[in-house]
Design a binder for this molecule. Sequence first.
Ligand code: UD1
Length: 418
Amino acid sequence: MDKLIIEGGVPLQGSIQVSGAKNAALPILMACLLAEGKVSLTNVPRLADIRTSLKLLNILGCETTFEDNAATSLCTGLKPEAPYDLVKTMRASVLCLGPLLARLGEAKVALPGGCAIGARPVDLHLRGFERMGAEFEITEGYIKGRCKNGLKGARIALDFPTVGGTENILMAAALADGETEIENAAREPEVVDLANFLNACGAKITGQGTSVLNVKGVSSLIGCDYRIMPDRIEAGTYMVAAAITGGELEILDCPFQDLDAVSYKLREMGVWLQEEDNYVLVRRANGLLENVDVTTLPHPGYPTDMQAQLMALMCFGTGIGTIEEKIFENRFMHVLELVRLGADIRLKGRTAMVKGVGSLKGAPVMASDLRASASLVLAGLAAEGTTTIERIYHLDRGYENIEAKLSGVGARIKRVAG
Ligand code: UD1
């Protein structure tokens, strides 16, 4: 397995390009199942999860291409089964459930298991589809869904603004018979991007970006050309990279408007951020960073996907900061690895108390999930000496060309085949 070896201590300087958003591209690829005719997507990040999604589209009956960040999909003869082999490698596969139910009236999708960051059930997705007339049976590790008379528009009030659940229901509702209203919907920018894509294919969705989505079902959707939004989490990770190394980065194609909660916390810590026409400039305002208290929340709150990165930064701050994780019950796998680098972090339930120690020392560490891996890279960039990160396949699921992008701004980072 590949490893990353980082020689820390170089202040990063220069420009770094943000790629297309993984979490927008994944649901949009599944939404291709809804469209008649060809869909052409640009700004698609070259990531392991994208390749898995394309493989899933192939299995479900689409012809796909993927070259130079451009992907196409053309559904020829849809099939209803998403096998366990694929779903187990990527939870987001469950997003094919809504499109399959809408187009075929049936779906058989492997039940995603647990994952490193928590139980992550899909009960809210299923409850939403049931309101639209679908019936489910969970058997032999599969969710088998059927809607004999087609999906009917419904009023669906979500118990929690689940991102995947909102997306799945939104896709199903686009082709359902009649009007659907999703209340307490997720407001994440990636949900907005999906809604915009669906509208570009002919859907009638309003309210995206608010907690009430209204969908007037249409009888068909037609493929279109669409550019995936830039990745706010990747951009936020590079903001932290500038701050943690005491460098200065221009972050190109940065969706700054989607990063309010992150930029608020970074500024509170003493990071200087300035938005220019097509980039955001980031550097430490003065030598010191002051630790802060953060709680992860659904958008527009502080994103759970930027929690681990902020924790790495707080290791270099002064004073004690707290990080409360309210979205996933077990998303602190990076804590013990950061402690291996010399961090002083205490965990109490869903709260981590981070005492700034000013510096970390390189060591071998292990990546456990995507954002945990990102926090270890950030810590390694700023630590004294050598940090070796194992199991970086997690990182390859979410960060396009990370070592090339970071070495382009001065980091001493290399990938070694293991
Ligand atoms: C998406 C993102 C992920 C991000 C997360 C929260 C993608 C591919 N992934 O994941 O990067 O960290 O949003 O912003 O876009 N839940 C239930 N029942 C359900 C659905 C969810 O209890 O039916 C719970 C989950 O266990 C979790 C919480 O709700 O505790 C949030 O999950 P959700 O918003 O659905 O996250 P994902 O869509 O899986």
